[in-house]
Design a protein around this ligand. Structure first.
Ligand code: NAP
Length: 496
């Protein structure tokens, strides 16, 4: 988490915000909302407004769905190589403009510039990966067991997709869906989070610039997410809903999608356990802990939420982590040397305050931090708590902030039981130098992903996703494009 090469000062800030289109992107052009309404995008480091963007209403949502429905057959018929090359050109342009895009992301979301660059690189890599997948969509041909017929198996695009993304990774959560949808030939309506729409607007402008056909991607930014999206989900023209966000909203959307039996992909909340065994390399475990805890200021679905550490090494682990957390520089993400930016808003910060207070009231010890910083902005000091009782709320709920909660355990069974004692199942981290234990515990963890001696699992070429109430489906890797493809089987009679 260093903050090296950065764009300049306030002049650059105004320039990057001014160049972002602020309308709704429907049918290949930018237009104001039918109602004329706008919503304000704020800088979470200052609480001040950055700009206003159009605020879609239900009729704008319907216009976007109509545009996607018109584009769908044409887009599906576009040669895969051409769709792949659109993605590849977009990858190149994103990487050429990474400085401006990173500044824009930091302004609307708060993370330090170096982390914004990390997200943008990750986001762009989905386009590069899926540009290569577009031309590798396979099929099959086989002989029936009785020899009387042949099976032809073909992959076809699902159809129009509705995509909903959260504020914490304003670009990557979009490209993880848009990349495979373009590769597969699906037209889209995307709704970014109202708090961070600018990165998605900038991305849509880049896709239009590199030749994405009109209507293939439509963006409806709105302050009324439910009011705009529910009619689209229930309409019947869209065939798929892909959502990244919280589990409660995911549940609601699954119920809406049941009406027209939409395909669904759900990337929901997490409550990641981070297990450190007595045979772990402690320096490596602390390094991984910093990454798994502090990426995105802790505002990540993959954030380590519960540190479960063997009693014999818990003291040394806590000491080293406390030193590292206490040394971090907190501030506005655009400033030199800042490693930890603000939380997204007052609600997010107040939740962290509440969860830490609850843990302390139940007997947790504060090693460092445990307090918000004075405003403006929504800053919270990097925090380490030890002796956290498993009854504390922060072991059940997503903290979504820079707080490491450490609980000691005595044996492997106890650690695994505690790790799995949650309705979430996104990712678990595991530090041990014992190969047998590594494989055994990886298998026993009830999660879709395991970080084994690493604090970072996200990779565009790997299948990202959760089990239990952390979601359905996978994004990235070979599995990522399958979410946007239907399988058609043609039975061919060959008998006399
Ligand atoms: P959220 O409140 O569920 O919102 C996510 C998105 O859904 C936003 O675009 C939001 O719009 C929209 N939304 C909210 N209510 C809706 C409704 N009734 N109908 C349609 N759309 C609706 O989550 P968040 O606070 O933005 O994001 C944090 C959550 O996302 C955490 O739980 C985190 O773990 C999860 N997440 C999961 C993954 C993963 O891959 N598993 C990745 C990142 C984040 P507005 O913002 O405009 O209200």
């Amino acid at each position: 988490m260093t903050n090296d090469a950065r764009p300049g000062g306030p002049g650059d800030e105004a320039r990057v915000v001014d160049t972002v289109p602020t309308g709704l992107f429907i049918g290949g052009s930018w237009r104001p909302a039918g109602s004329g309404r706008t919503l304000t995008v704020d800088d979470p480091a200052t609480g001040k407004a950055l700009c206003k963007v159009s605020d879609a209403g239900p009729e704008d949502g319907m216009a976007a769905l109509a545009a996607a429905s018109v584009a769908q057959p044409l887009f599906a018929a576009m040669p895969p190589r051409e769709r792949g090359e659109i993605l590849r050109r977009a990858y190149d342009v994103i990487m050429e403009r990474i400085d401006d895009l990173a500044l824009l992301m930091t302004l609307e979301m708060g993370k330090p510039i170096a982390e914004s660059k990390g997200e943008i690189t990750y986001a762009a890599e989905f386009f590069r990966w899926f540009s290569e997948e577009a031309v590798r969509i396979g099929g099959g041909y086989a002989t029936a067991p009785n020899g009387a017929s042949r099976f032809l198996v073909q992959k076809q695009p699902v159809g129009v997709c509705l995509l909903i993304t959260p504020w914490n990774f304003p670009m990557a959560m979009g490209t993880r869906k848009i990349g495979p949808a373009i590769a597969a030939g699906c037209a889209m309506v995307l709704k970014p989070a109202a708090q961070t729409p600018l990165s998605m607007h900038a991305l849509a402008a880049i896709l239009a610039e590199v030749g994405l056909p009109a209507g293939a991607l439509n963006i409806v930014t709105t302050a009324d997410a439910g009011g705009v999206m529910e009619p689209l989900i229930r309409d019947g023209r869209a065939r798929k809903l892909s959502f990244t966000g919280s589990t409660p909203v995911g549940r609601k959307l699954l119920a809406q999608a049941a009406d027209k039996v939409l395909r669904t992909s759900m990337e929901l909340g997490g409550n990641a356990p981070f297990l450190v065994f007595d045979d772990a390399d402690l320096d490596r475990a602390v390094e991984g802990a910093m990454q798994a805890k502090m990426r995105n200021m802790g505002e990540a679905c993959t954030a380590a939420n519960r540190f479960l550490v063997h009693r014999s090494v818990a003291g040394a682990f806590a000491d080293e982590l406390t030193d590292r957390m206490g040394a971090l520089t907190v501030g506005r993400g655009t400033e030199n040397g800042v490693q930890v930016g603000p939380l997204i808003d007052a609600k997010g910060r107040d939740k962290v305050v509440e969860l830490v207070r609850d843990a302390v009231d139940r007997g947790a010890t504060v090693r460092v931090g445990a307090e918000p910083l004075d405003g403006p902005g929504f800053f919270y000091r990097p925090t380490v708590l030890t002796d956290v009782p498993l009854a504390a709320r922060l072991t059940r709920e997503e903290i979504f902030g820079p707080v490491a909660a450490i609980t000691a355990f005595d044996d492997e069974d106890e650690a695994v039981r505690a790790a799995n004692d949650t309705h979430f199942g996104l990712v678990g981290y595991l530090y041990t130098e014992n190969i047998t234990r590594a494989l055994r515990v990886s298998e026993r963890l009830e999660t879709g992903m395991v970080g084994l001696n690493t604090g970072l699992v996200s990779n565009p070429a790997a299948p990202f996703g959760g089990i239990k109430q952390s979601g359905l489906g996978r994004e990235g890797g070979g599995a990522g494009i399958e979410e946007y493809l239907e399988t058609k089987y043609v039975a061919i009679g060959v008998g006399a």
